[in-house]
Design a protein around this ligand. Structure first.
Ligand SMILES: Cc1cc2nc3c(=O)[nH]c(=O)nc-3n(C[C@H](O)[C@H](O)[C@H](O)COP(=O)(O)O)c2cc1C
Length: 287
């Protein structure tokens, strides 16, 4: 089954139109498809309780998360689209992203055979910000291998259909999924991180580093030729990486906290009392 997800706030906006263009082409090729509008799924904010790191790893919040993860888990392939809202993806994508620590237990098999195409849609390429790496990070954390990452300019709802090249590409992706064919990666992407597709780098001389994936490239080559080699560093993301991160860093940090808990709670209690005193004295505006 090919699953399409739109993370846009707009029903039948450009993201939904793009996803459904892929699904239509896949259906014409004989594929079964499903569509989820992320804004239809009730998702509460992560409470930071870390219960997902203990016991059975389940999130205690009872909302639409597990139904959604069941749908995603049953998908063979994924097309995920999100718009750029103020240089980043919309809040709904982040509200799912924040809850994904739990997928380390939910997706025990990370064989990366499942493929994803992501589509990031923006009004103006100069204002694309850092949305694309987050969209790709989400597909990756959900257990998919990013096979292509499209970056499309379209402003008004449905305007993506006026971009003949984008429409042809979306339909070709749907057909390739239906036929089980590999996709040809689009565009000239020598200057992007090969993992998260971001062209947003941090300079840590003599390296240039992708802050999202942790991949390191050679700064001199990047400055001279505009190419990111991305050979060194710890490649992050994917449920396999997440599981290792939880075991080697997050769980030990919880144990560290527990060992120092008495001292930390005493300091916290002291600070809270001093703050309450200031509130009583009227020094703090309470809203
Ligand atoms: C609140 C808001 C903020 C936006 N911010 C940006 C932006 O920072 N950069 C950009 O290129 N486009 C921005 N856009 C334009 C959208 O990315 C564009 O309209 C896109 O087609 C929306 O996709 P949709 O129709 O699926 O919602 C913004 C749109 C909205 C509604």
């Amino acid at each position: 089954m090919l699953l399409g997800i739109s993370a846009s706030n707009r029903a039948w906006g450009n993201c939904e139109t793009a996803v459904k263009s892929v699904l239509l082409a896949a259906m014409r090729g004989g594929s079964r498809t499903a569509f989820i509008r992320l804004t239809d799924i009730p998702l509460e904010p992560c409470r930071g309780c870390f219960r997902c790191l203990a016991g059975d790893g389940a999130c205690p919040i009872e909302d639409g998360l597990y139904d959604l993860l069941c749908h995603i888990r049953s998908a063979d392939n994924l097309v995920l689209a999100a718009p750029v809202y103020f240089m980043a993806p919309p809040a709904k994508l982040f509200s799912l992203l924040d809850r994904l620590l739990t997928v380390s237990e939910f997706n025990p098999e990370d064989d990366r055979r499942r493929r994803a195409v992501t589509v990031t849609i923006m009004g103006n390429r100069q204002w694309r910000g850092v949305a694309e790496p987050y969209v790709n990070l989400m597909a990756s954390l959900l257990g998919f291998r990013i096979e292509d990452s499209l970056s499309v300019v379209a402003e008004g709802p449905g305007e993506v259909l006026s971009d003949a090249a984008a429409v042809a590409r979306l339909e070709a992706i749907g057909t390739a999924f239906a036929e089980g064919r590999e996709l040809e990666v689009s565009g000239d992407r020598a200057n992007v991180c090969p993992v998260c597709r971001s062209d947003f780098f941090v300079i840590e001389a003599p390296s240039v580093v992708c802050p999202v994936c942790g991949l390191k490239g050679d700064l001199a080559a990047y400055a001279k030729e505009g190419t990111f080699t991305g050979t060194g560093g710890d490649v992050r993301w994917g449920t396999d990486w997440l599981k290792a991160h939880i075991e080697t860093w997050m769980k030990p940090s919880v144990e560290r906290f527990k060992a120092n808990r008495r001292e930390i709670l005493s300091k916290l209690s002291d600070l809270r009392s001093r703050y309450a005193l200031e509130e009583e004295r009227g020094s703090v505006d309470v809203h």
